[in-house]
Design a protein around this ligand. Structure first.
Ligand code: ADP
Ligand code: MG
Length: 393
């Protein structure tokens, strides 16, 4: 399936968000909160195995203009919902009760209430420059913008990991996606200029300066604009497979399998689980290697790790597809230092680490390869590491 033309990656919203809020709800908002989408540099399908990841926030954000209400009504509108306002009372919030896109923000409010926080109603208007369904985590950006808004509107004083947990719970329970915690942690905790070294078990995290520009490098994001339908069911099945493998090995999670114990573990695992385990263990090691290389100031050395990560996702984890494989091959052929699919897979985006002088060439090479193969033209953007969720007005 190919996603539609609009909105193009990174397209700016046309109207000030305060005006759009007022037009919809008849008064000015109390404030505006923004949370970014993300790309993951390395550490794919590791978060739900309690492992490590290295995402960075994009400049593209989802914004929530919000006004606190004195009653318990929640009114939700998105610039993408074409004038339709979803209304629901807080006491009617329950899994399955809210359809469509509004289940994400409604789920966040439900998760906060469930956790015992004193929340009431609000009017919310959403707009976004994060491409939807591209694997750049527009869902987490939406959840985290709403969580940040509620945190301030109701003076909850939550920590960043607590905001991320509420957002993740919304996605699990209201959207039915058993996601890990990486997307939400990136969206709330990232800082400008850095990647986030995340321990998904403890939620400990460290900002790792990237220094792309100082090394004459850029991170090109190729949005293949394909999303294959098997994504949802396959994701849950992969997660279940990893959990089964950990149980068979007598471990709390695959994160607890050390690289030097991998070979022995592979001999006792069933044939369908062994490759999953090999991916997770080697991918966690790639995250640690990437952080070590960045800490040592050797940014170009990230490249081979990205390419190895893609091979592991393609061969062992089985989540790449013709379009993402082609984008990786074409980018490498045109001079990228490394390239890999990013996000859960089955389409979505590829990242390529490119010398700045070659970024354009690499983008053209991928576009040409897509044309030759008869694929729809990809969308290209350059990712600069940006800040996590914040109040903007
Ligand atoms: P991704 O997170 O990779 O973009 P998902 O399928 O996880 O893809 O989330 C996309 C869904 O999130 C959309 O189908 C929609 O329901 C919701 N969503 C994201 N951004 C917005 C937005 N600005 N307005 C309305 N819904 C949105
Ligand atoms: Mg998502």
């Amino acid at each position: 399936m190919t996603r539609g033309e609009a909105p193009a990656a990174g397209a700016a919203p046309v109207r000030p968000i305060e005006g759009a809020f007022e037009e919809r709800f008849g008064a000015a908002p109390d404030g505006v909160w923004a949370a970014p989408g993300r790309v993951n540099l390395i550490g794919e399908h590791t978060d739900y195995n309690d492992g490590f990841a290295l995402p960075m926030a994009l400049p593209q954000t989802t914004r929530a203009a919000a006004r606190r209400r004195t009653d318990t009504l929640l009114r939700l509108h998105s610039a993408r919902s074409e004038g339709v306002v979803t209304e629901v009372r807080l006491d009617a919030l329950a899994p399955g009760a809210v359809p469509g896109w509004a289940r994400y923000p409604a789920g966040v409010v439900w998760a906060l209430a469930e956790a015992g926080h004193p929340v009431g109603g609000a009017d919310l208007h959403i707009d976004s420059t994060v491409p939807t369904g591209a694997g750049l985590s527009s869902s987490a950006a939406l959840e985290c913008a709403v969580a940040a808004a509620y945190d301030d509107l109701y003076g909850l004083g939550l920590s960043r990991p607590e905001l991320a947990r509420a957002a993740q719970r919304a996605e699990h329970v209201f959207a039915g996606v058993p996601c890990g915690i990486m997307d939400q942690m990136a969206s709330v905790c990232a800082t400008e200029g850095a990647a986030l070294h995340l321990d998904s078990r403890t939620l400990e995290h460290r900002q790792v300066p990237l220094g792309l520009a100082a090394h004459g490098l850029e991170l090109l994001v190729v949005d293949t604009r394909v999303s294959h339908d098997l994504a949802d069911g396959a994701y849950a099945a992969l997660r279940a497979g990893c959990e089964r493998a950990a149980r068979l090995l007598g471990l709390p999670a695959l994160r607890d399998l050390a690289p030097d114990a991998l070979a022995a573990a592979l001999t006792v695992l069933p044939a369908d689980l062994a490759p999953l385990v090999r991916h997770v263990v080697t991918e966690n090691a790639r995250v640690e290697a990437a952080v070590a290389r960045l800490d040592a100031g050797d940014v170009p050395a990230l490249g081979p790790l990205l390419t190895e990560g893609h091979a592991s996702l393609r061969v062992d984890y089985g989540v790449s597809c013709a379009e993402t494989d082609l984008a990786v091959t074409a980018a490498l052929g045109a001079g990228a230092l490394g390239a890999r699919m990013t996000g859960a897979g089955f389409g979505g985006c590829v990242i390529a680490l490119t010398p700045t002088a070659l970024t354009r060439t690499v983008g053209e090479a991928v576009t040409n390869a897509f044309r030759t193969a008869g694929h729809h033209p990809p969308h290209l953007l350059t990712a600069t590491p940006s800040r996590g969720a914040t109040r903007t007005a």
